[in-house]
Design a protein around this ligand. Structure first.
Ligand SMILES: NC(=O)c1ccc[n+]([C@@H]2O[C@H](COP(=O)([O-])OP(=O)(O)OC[C@H]3O[C@@H](n4cnc5c(N)ncnc54)[C@H](OP(=O)(O)O)[C@@H]3O)[C@@H](O)[C@H]2O)c1
Length: 310
């Protein structure tokens, strides 16, 4: 009998990738029966899912809905929505994990991130979406249930919206990416929509082998120089890198203080320590080697999603 796989965020990038991966993998689709969890089973995205999988109402802020949604599950994929406040994020993950345990689930897969606070020796304190997920991960690791973790690099999809990473036209007509760090800085990039499922699929295929393991999920580490060269090739524009002061970078981002602090610290941390810490390269290579399928390159991302600079 197939095992029920509950997927939080099934209408979003990571969860949707897992749904697609499992459905397109003959082995996994026989082993697992997907239960997509959404706040609104009547939304357009939920309706599209209903043709393919079971769709169940569940709101992470409403405990009773989770008790219903997690009844009879075997494996639960937990991710959190962007920019939940740190306390809410921790409480919701704890609640989901506790209910999964009460409902006799056998395995939790959590979309985690590394603790920037810890890896920076306490220097950085404002990268809360990372630190907080690491705290959630520790909670899950302490529970009497098998678990594995997917810690994703920066999404290639960010380049559709992240204004500080996409090239900007300067007054002299040149295209520039400007940050306060070295152009040699390495950034792990992942095509979240196409490839999250390849990491989580590996765990689903061999849950015992990957019990306790973390997939630092990215295609590879790209230097800023490589990223800019790829964007130049993809757009046919001559894009250059300019190293600016932290103050200029803050000004350029034009974000509210909390978010600006977060990105300033995150990028400085990447430059000094590496996204997944000093072993980033090894950790990313291990995850890529164990992923279930070939991972998409940054070049391929822009072939499918042309970057328009106007
Ligand atoms: N951007 C990056 O570079 C990056 C890198 C690593 C990790 N991350 C992390 O990735 C996460 C975002 O993942 P994503 O991009 O896959 O998300 P997404 O595409 O924005 O989708 C969010 C999902 O969360 C669900 N959701 C929102 N509120 C909910 C609630 N109260 N109860 C139940 N479900 C809820 C939504 O489902 P419904 O609307 O159907 O309810 C939707 O499927 C964030 O935590 C972020 O920190 C991002």
């Amino acid at each position: 009998m197939s095992k029920v796989l509950a997927i939080f965020g099934a209408t979003g990038q990571q969860g949707g990738s897992i749904v697609d991966h499992v459905l397109n993998d003959s082995g996994l689709s026989q082993q697992y029966k997907i239960r997509a969890i959404t706040r609104d089973a009547t939304s357009e995205k939920a309706k599209q899912l209903k043709d393919k999988v079971e769709v169940v109402h569940g709101d992470v802020l409403d405990r009773s809905s989770l008790e219903t949604a997690l009844t009879g599950v075997h494996t639960v994929f937990i991710m959190t929505a962007p920019f939940l406040s740190p306390d809410v994020e921790y409480d919701t993950v704890k609640t989901i994990a506790d209910i999964a345990l009460e409902k006799d689930a056998k395995y939790i897969i959590f979309s985690t991130l590394p603790s920037v606070h810890e890896l920076s020796g306490g220097k950085y304190t404002k990268v809360t979406p990372f630190d907080n997920k690491a705290k959630c991960e520790q909670y899950i690791r302490g529970l009497p249930i098998q678990s594995a973790f997917c810690s994703l690099g920066s999404f290639m999809e960010n380049f559709e919206s992240a204004s500080y990473l996409t090239p900007r036209k300067e007054e002299d007509g040149t295209w520039v990416v400007a940050l306060h760090v070295s152009p040699k800085m390495q950034w792990p990039l992942v095509n979240a929509v196409r490839d999250t499922g390849k990491f989580v699929g590996a765990i689903l295929a061999e849950p015992d082998k990957f019990d306790g393991k973390t997939f630092c999920g990215a295609t590879k580490l790209y230097t800023l120089e490589e990223m800019i060269a790829t964007m130049s090739k993809a757009t046919g524009k001559d894009i250059t890198y300019k190293r600016i002061s932290p103050e200029e970078f803050r000004e350029r981002m034009k974000l509210p203080d909390g978010l600006a602090d977060l990105f300033m610290e995150m990028i400085a941390f990447l430059d000094e320590t590496g996204y997944f810490g000093p072993d980033s390269e090894k950790l990313v290579a291990w995850a890529a080697n164990n992923a279930r399928g070939k991972l998409s390159t940054f070049e391929e991302y822009f072939e499918a999603h042309p970057l328009r600079l106007e």
